[in-house]
Design a protein around this ligand. Structure first.
Ligand SMILES: [Zn+2]
Length: 155
């Protein structure tokens, strides 16, 4: 399938999602033009705030391929990924992101993508949601254990 055909499939999934009570977002993960996995936003359907189209599709693709590493695959998403999905795409090692609507379009219909991107750019102490460091000296022990572990699976 061409890039346009794969994106049209993601857009179709976003429309189907609206009809079925989900958010207006769809995504497709493909390798060499072949669809590996499809997904749509299921936040309100599954009561899962992390069930964005991209995250759902990454989970599905990883399950199908039996790996946590989607190197060699690309994602087509009907909207520019929010910071959570953007991070997930990097963690999954997807090669490229194609998106259609952008974060400003999403903001216009009431989604927080752009606001969260703005928050990330601000120093933690000035963000709307406060962050506070607590018990770092105890938590660091797990990092030391990881560093010394010889048989770890790195990702
Ligand atoms: Zn997202």
């Amino acid at each position: 399938m061409t890039n346009e055909e794969l994106m049209r499939r993601a857009i179709e999934l976003s429309k189907t999602s609206v009809r079925n009570g989900g958010g207006p977002f769809g995504a497709v993960i493909a390798r060499d033009g072949e669809i590996i996995a499809e997904g749509s936003n299921k936040v309100t359907i599954d009561n899962d705030p992390t069930a964005h189209a991209e995250v759902s599709t990454i989970r599905e693709a990883c399950k199908k391929l039996g790996t946590f590493d989607l190197s060699g695959c690309v994602i087509y998403t009907s909207c520019e990924p929010c910071p959570m999905c953007f991070g997930a795409i990097y963690w999954a090692h997807l090669e490229k992101i194609y998106y259609a609507n952008d974060r400003k379009d999403a903001g216009k219909i009431g989604f927080d993508d752009d606001f969260i991107y703005e928050e990330i750019a601000i120093q933690p102490q000035y963000r709307k949601k406060p962050s506070e460091i607590l018990l770092r000296n105890e938590a660091i022990e797990a990092f030391k254990m990881w560093e010394l572990k010889d048989d770890k699976t790195e990702y």
